[in-house]
Write a protein that binds this ligand. Structure first.
Ligand code: TXA
Ligand code: MG
Length: 323
């Protein structure tokens, strides 16, 4: 496995060729790093599952470079989904749409729908464009972490997660730290009305503004049971340290809260974000830092309010869930 730290046109061409050959390329997106493979190559996709240690049958998101390629993967696209795509792509949003024959069972977990995303990170877009120029149709990419673990937001976090499992020809593209820091908003577009399956940086309010409708968040739980999605399991995004969302830290425990909260006596400050956006951006690296330092417990004061705070609270609740 090689780590490419200066992403030039040549290295992006080389990474695209690596994917075309059926090898894996971890690459930066604006949300988190993805572990990419040719979405039409069954053997390459099988390697993603192996490297991640992910149970077979969980669907993967297909990444494409532009709306022009959407029809290849999805059919019967509702008008509201087209409006969402126009409003928020490229960006941190995944749409679940009815699939075409191109989206095979090994991508969709045998469901009749497929998750599609156009990321906005310049390296991700350059890689997707080059991959398509070399004859590729889409890059399947789950977050580049072992199953159930914290998503990587830097290239070195990908290396820590996956170095033991990647092969000689696989690559990690280093595009710097991810700006958003939590995974994309997933929107179910297989019904009359959209619904949010996983909250992210494209918030409920932004979706409602773009479409001029109200979205019912109550459907979230009942739908999660029917739609297979690893990130919808109760326990996920978990560091080795145990996460507490209530109570006070004792001597040597970690502490994460907005900058305005003072560190309780004896606790080790792990992160002090100044805004909820920064909270999302630094959270996963903070978890990793705590694990590297061997902290056993991290006490977190969750952000309040709507917007990105909803996504942060969703991840915090899952990371704190008793395994
Ligand atoms: O921000 C992101 O979405 C990142 C970057 C790399 O794009 N990707 C990511 O992928 O978070 P992953 O596989 O770690 O999480 C995607 C979630 C999983 O829970 C998966 O089960 C769900 O999306 N998913 C994918 N396709 C789906 C589908 N057709 N129906 C329902 N859920 C789907
Ligand atoms: Mg993931």
């Amino acid at each position: 496995m090689s780590i490419i730290s200066n992403c030039t046109a040549t290295s992006v061409n080389d990474a695209a060729a690596t994917l075309i050959k059926g090898d894996l390329v971890a690459f930066p997106t604006e949300t988190v790093y993805g572990l990419g493979a040719d979405a039409t190559n069954k053997d390459a996709i099988a390697r993603i599952y192996k490297v991640k240690g992910r149970p077979v049958g969980h669907p993967l998101i297909v990444h494409i470079s532009s709306l022009a390629n959407l029809d290849k993967w999805a059919r019967d696209i509702p008008e509201y989904a087209v409006n969402l795509a126009r409003a928020f792509w490229p960006g941190p949003m995944t749409l679940i749409l009815p699939r075409t024959d191109l989206a095979k069972d090994f991508i969709t977990g045998s469901q009749d729908n497929v998750g599609i995303r156009i990321p906005s990170h310049t390296v991700a877009l350059a890689l997707l464009k080059e991959f398509e120029d070399q004859g590729g149709l889409g890059i399947a990419a789950p977050s580049a972490n072992r199953f159930g673990a914290v998503s990587p937001t830097t290239a070195s976090a990908v290396e820590i997660e996956l170095a033991d499992y990647l092969s000689e020809n696989d690559q990690i593209l280093d595009g710097g730290p991810c700006l958003v820091g939590v995974e994309s908003t997933i929107i179910n577009c297989t019904r009359d009305q959209p619904s949010i399956l996983r909250p992210g940086a494209i918030t409920k309010e932004m979706i409602e503004d773009a479409l001029g409708i109200t979205i019912d968040l109550n459907t979230l739980n009942s739908e999660s049971v029917q739609i297979k999605a690893a990130g919808l399991l109760e326990s996920h995004y978990a560091p080795n340290a145990k996460i507490f969302l209530t109570g006070s830290p004792a001597l040597g425990d970690g502490f994460i809260a907005l900058d305005s909260f003072t560190t309780p006596a004896g606790a080790i400050r792990v992160a002090s974000p100044k805004s909820n956006e920064e909270y999302a951006q630094v959270l996963y690296e903070a978890f990793r830092w705590a694990d590297i330092k061997g902290l056993r417990r991290i006490f977190v004061i969750p952000p309040t309010g709507d917007g990105i705070a909803v996504a942060i609270n969703d991840r915090l609740t899952k990371s704190a869930f008793e395994k």
